[in-house]
Write a protein that binds this ligand. Structure first.
Ligand code: NDP
Length: 334
């Protein structure tokens, strides 16, 4: 059983794209287990773009990470010792105590994974927070209808791959955008009707005109920048935008880009709504009831990009901003 927690700490607040020097791997002794507490060894760590916001001091919907303290994030682990009746040794649990290999926590900070043969790490990706984000964005914010055309940016990522598949299952026509030829091919295997490689498409406007001559009903926005400008030009009257993420800006040092054509929102009475998945967590059970059987039956698929070992976590995190992942970015611990 671990006596020490190896953990990644934030040494300084990154400027622009984070570097490996912004992080340190440190050893912290684990405290003795008290009544009501559980000791967990993590096996899977979640790597998420929103963590970049918490590395800066800017006020947000989640507090900044402390310097020289443990970072946190989604994790899946196994109970190693328990002084709480609801958890026993060997139970698989999820927590927000990631970026470390082991921890002692109050049982209230743990959630037991549902009983399923699906891989446990799925609950950090397609069946976890990113999958729930896609589901809530499509069904609780955009109210996507069969026959509508949906555009999804960062379509090959954790949220995007679920948005593409769930939208196809809802009967929509789906256009994705992504950053490589391999990812374009992958998205087509998921059922996307058309995919734009934005790195190879100098005129996004013309490409959307070609791919959606009747217009786009819903834009699921994960990126911002040029794609948002182009989408605004091609949304239909009363089109909807789910503003889920703006990853193009996360390392921008305050120099946020556009959109330059917001007048389209007025002209076409477009409804743009921000999405925070935490607002929809009361529906997580409904999402799981729909998505778990679909994964078990093979009608939904999930891809993962796995990095090995705790020390690889900072590089995996930086890789999110370089398009290194297809599907969910994860770190596996021995
Ligand atoms: P992804 O798995 O999609 O990983 C990020 C991807 O974004 C990369 O693989 C890359 O793919 C793309 N990307 C990175 N930088 C750029 C850039 N400058 N321009 C265009 N594309 C870029 O991450 P998630 O699925 O976890 O998150 C997707 C989005 O959803 C993020 O913006 C995130 O912040 C947001 N989010 C919001 C939530 C909410 O509650 N509002 C909850 C969860 C996520 P590519 O090859 O296509 O470039």
């Amino acid at each position: 059983m671990n006596a020490i927690s190896h953990q990644i700490q934030l040494l300084r607040r990154p400027t622009g794209l984070p570097t490996l020097e912004d992080f340190a791997l440190r050893d912290v002794p684990l405290p003795a287990l008290q009544e009501g507490e559980v000791q967990v060894a993590n096996q899977w760590l979640s790597v998420d773009p929103y963590m970049r916001g918490r590395m800066s001091e800017a006020k947000s919907y989640v507090p900044p990470f402390p310097l020289n303290g443990p970072l946190d994030g989604g994790a899946i682990g196994t109970v190693q010792a328990s002084r709480h009746p609801d958890f026993k040794v060997g139970d698989k649990v999820s927590s927000m105590l990631g970026w470390r290999d082991a921890f002692v926590a109050n049982a209230a900070q743990l959630t037991r994974l549902p009983d399923t043969t699906l891989p446990p790490q799925r609950f950090l990706g397609a069946l976890g927070m990113p999958g729930m984000t896609a589901w809530a964005g499509l069904h609780k914010v955009a109210h996507l209808k069969a026959g509508e055309t949906l555009l999804v940016s960062a379509a090959s990522g954790a949220v995007g791959t679920m948005a593409v598949q769930l939208a196809k299952q809802a009967g929509a026509r789906v256009i994705g955008s992504t950053g490589s030829a391999d990812k374009v091919a992958y998205l087509k295997t998921l059922g996307a009707d058309a995919v734009i490689n934005y790195r190879e498409t100098p005129d996004l406007d013309a490409e959307l005109a070609r791919l959606a001559p009747e217009g786009i009903h819903v834009y699921f926005e994960n990126v911002g920048g040029a794609m948002l400008d182009a989408a605004l030009n091609h949304l239909v009257v009363h089109g909807r935008i789910v503003l889920c993420g703006l990853i193009e800006q996360y390392n921008s040092n305050g120099q946020a880009s556009g959109p330059r054509n917001l007048s389209q929102v007025i002209r076409k009475r477009i409804l743009m709504q921000g999405l925070l998945v935490s607002d929809h967590w009361q529906h997580y059970g409904a999402f799981l009831a729909e998505a778990m059987p679909a994964f078990e039956a093979g009608t939904l698929q999930a891809e993962e990009t796995v990095s090995e070992g705790l020390a690889s976590m900072p590089q995996a995190f930086i890789g999110l901003f370089q398009g290194r992942n297809t599907g969910k970015m994860l770190v596996r611990l021995p």
